[in-house]
Design a protein around this ligand. Structure first.
Ligand code: KG4
Length: 484
C-alpha cells in the first residue's frame, strides 16, 4: 500500500457511520467523537481512508496557544505505513496556522510502539500520571514544542493593486485588494503616475481593513514585508514607505520580497512544494521559466526575449478594440472562435527562451491593413488563432524544460495563470504523468499581498531582513532576491 493511496479529510457529521466503525476499537464513545465534530469549537477531527474504508482517526483540541491530542488511532493492519505521522503532519500545519506553542498527549505506559512514534515526532516525556486509565494503568505525559510561526503583514503595490495581507503560516487572516483598474481603463493601460497617487490615497484604508478583517493589532505583527520590485518605481515606493514606517515604529524586521517569488509562492497555499520544480511565471510584465531545486533557490532557464505574454495579450486585445485588461477578454472571446488565421510561429534563439513581439506586430499589421481595405475581421477567430499560437510557444518550452530538468511539479504563476485555455492544454498534457501541475486559486492569481506574505515567511525563517535605508528596485532579478 502506498501513502498516496490514502485519502485524508476533515471529519463532518456525514461521517457518523465511519465514526461508529472506528470507535468500536477506542476508549472513546462514538457520541463523544460526534460531539467533538458538531459542538466542540476547540476540537479538530481528521480521518484517513483506504479504498473508501476508514482506517485511522485523529482528534485534537486547540485551546488558545496550546493543543492536546485526545485520540490518535490507526487500524492494526495499516500500522507501520506512516499514516499516524501523516495525520500528525496535517495537524502540525493547522497548529502552525493557529500559532499554537505546544501540544501534549497521554499514552499508556505499556504502549511502547506509540510512545516511540511520539518520541520520533519530537515529543518529550514530561512525567508519569499514575492510575490514569480506568483499568489502573499509568499514563506517560508527553509534550512537543511547536516552532513559532510569525504573524506577517505584507504589502503589495507594484502595479495597479493596493493590497495588504496578514497571515500566520498558511492561514490567510486577511488579504484586502483594492484594484485601481477602473481608473486606468480609460487610458487603455496602467498610468504610472496615477497608480502611485491612488496607492497613496488607498493604502491606509486598505491597512485598516486588513487589520480589522484579521482581528489583529499592529503591535502583534512579527514582521512587515513589502514588494521591493520589479514594478513601477513610484508605486513600489508607496508600499515600501508604509512597511518601513511600521517596521520602525514597532521595531520589527522589514522583509523585501521579489514580486515574482510572491506569484510562485501563491501556490504554496494549495500544495506543498516538491523540488525540483518548474515555476512558469506568466504575467503582464514577465514571462520566465524558473527552476527551483529548493526553497528560495531560483534559476532562470528561459525567458521572453521581448514582450511578456500578458503584455502581448493586452496589446492584441487593444487592437481588436477590447477593453483593458485584455487578457481575460481574449480568453473569453477565443472560446467563441476557431483558429482560422495563419499567424507566424514565434522563434527565439536559446532553446528555452520565448518570443512574442513578432506575433503581436503581425496581428497589429494584419488588423490595420484589413481595416484600411475595409475588410471585416472575425474577432473571435483572430483571438482564438492568436491564443493558440501564443500558448503553443509557451507550453512547448514548458514541456521541454520540465522533461530536461526532471521536475516533480510545475507551478503556473502570474496573471496569465488565470487563462482557461492554458489550464486546459497543460491539464490534458500532464493528466497521466507523474508531474504534478498546480495553478494558484483564482483569487491568488492576480497581484495580491497574501502571496508576498507567503514568500516573506521563508525569508523570515532564513532571517533575510533589510535595514531601513533600503530602496525599491523596479528591475530586481529574482536570483538577487537576497541582495539589497
Ligand atoms: O500578474 P498580473 O496581475 O500583473 C503583473 O503583470 O504583475 O498579470 C496581469 C496580466 C495582464 O496582462 C492580463 O491581461 C493577464 O495577466 N491576464 C490574462 C488573463 N487574466 C489576466 N491573460 C490571459 N487570460 C486570462 N484569463
Amino acid at each position: 500500500m502506498m501513502l498516496e493511496e490514502i485519502e485524508f479529510k476533515k471529519a463532518t457529521l456525514e461521517d457518523e457511520e465511519v465514526i461508529y466503525e472506528l470507535a468500536s476499537n477506542l476508549d472513546y464513545t462514538p457520541s463523544a467523537i460526534l460531539n467533538d465534530i458538531e459542538k466542540n469549537v476547540f476540537a479538530h477531527v481528521e480521518l484517513a481512508f483506504f479504498k473508501g474504508s476508514p482506517i485511522a482517526i485523529l482528534d485534537y483540541w486547540i485551546t488558545f496557544d496550546s493543543a492536546t491530542i485526545a485520540i490518535i488511532y490507526v487500524e492494526q493492519k495499516y500500522r507501520r505505513n506512516n499514516i499516524a505521522s501523516s495525520l500528525m503532519k496535517r495537524m502540525y500545519e493547522t497548529l502552525m496556522d493557529e500559532g499554537v506553542k505546544n501540544i501534549a498527549l497521554e499514552v499508556r505506559k505499556s504502549n511502547i510502539p506509540a510512545k516511540n512514534l511520539y518520541i520520533k515526532e519530537g515529543f518529550k516525556e514530561i512525567n508519569v500520571k499514575s492510575n490514569y486509565y480506568a483499568d489502573g494503568e499509568d499514563a506517560i505525559y508527553l509534550v512537543k514544542e511547536m516552532p513559532s510561526t510569525p504573524l506577517i503583514l505584507a504589502i503589495e503595490s507594484s502595479c495597479d493593486e493596493t493590497s495588504i495581507s496578514i497571515t500566520r503560516n498558511k492561514k490567510i487572516l486577511s488579504n484586502v485588494i483594492s484594484s485601481q483598474i477602473e481608473r486606468h481603463r480609460k487610458f487603455g493601460g496602467v498610468m504610472p503616475e496615477l497608480a502611485s497617487r491612488l496607492h497613496i490615497e488607498n493604502v491606509l484604508y486598505v491597512l485598516d481593513t486588513a487589520l480589522k478583517e484579521a482581528s489583529v493589532m499592529l503591535e502583534e505583527i512579527d514582521a512587515f514585508a513589502f514588494t521591493r520590485g520589479p514594478g513601477l518605481v513610484g508605486a513600489l515606493h508607496v508600499g515600501m514607505e508604509v512597511a518601513k514606517s511600521l517596521a520602525a515604529i514597532y521595531d520589527k524586521p522589514l522583509i523585501p520580497v521579489h514580486h515574482l517569488a510572491g506569484h510562485i509562492y501563491a501556490n504554496e497555499y494549495v500544495s506543498e512544494l516538491h523540488f525540483p520544480l518548474l515555476a512558469c511565471v506568466v504575467s503582464g510584465g514577465n514571462t520566465e521559466l524558473i527552476i527551483m531545486k529548493d526553497h528560495l533557490d531560483y534559476e532562470i532557464v528561459g525567458r521572453t526575449v521581448d514582450d511578456a505574454i500578458g503584455e502581448c495579450y493586452d496589446k492584441v486585445a487593444r487592437v481588436l478594440g477590447l477593453p483593458y485588461p485584455g487578457g481575460v477578454e481574449i480568453d473569453r472571446l477565443a472560446k467563441l472562435g476557431k483558429p482560422t488565421y495563419h499567424l507566424p510561429i514565434p522563434h527565439a534563439f536559446n532553446k528555452y527562451d520565448l518570443s512574442f513581439s513578432g506575433l503581436k506586430t503581425h496581428i497589429i499589421n494584419l488588423v490595420n491593413s484589413l481595416n484600411m481595405k475595409g475588410q471585416e475581421i472575425n474577432k473571435a477567430d483572430l483571438a482564438c488563432s492568436f491564443q493558440e499560437v501564443a500558448l503553443k510557444e509557451l507550453v512547448d518550452k514548458v514541456y521541454q524544460v520540465a522533461s530536461d530538468y526532471e521536475v516533480k511539479q510545475i507551478l503556473v504563476a502570474g496573471g496569465v495563470s488565470a487563462n482557461s485555455r492554458l489550464k486546459e492544454i497543460l491539464n490534458a498534457h500532464y493528466k497521466n504523468s507523474n508531474i504534478e501541475l498546480f495553478f494558484p486559486p483564482l483569487s491568488l492569481c492576480g497581484d495580491n499581498a497574501a502571496m508576498i506574505a507567503r514568500n516573506a515567511y521563508h525569508l523570515y525563517e532564513k532571517k533575510i531582513f533589510a535595514s531601513l535605508d533600503i530602496g525599491v528596485d523596479p528591475n530586481w532579478e529574482i536570483t538577487d532576491f537576497n541582495k539589497f
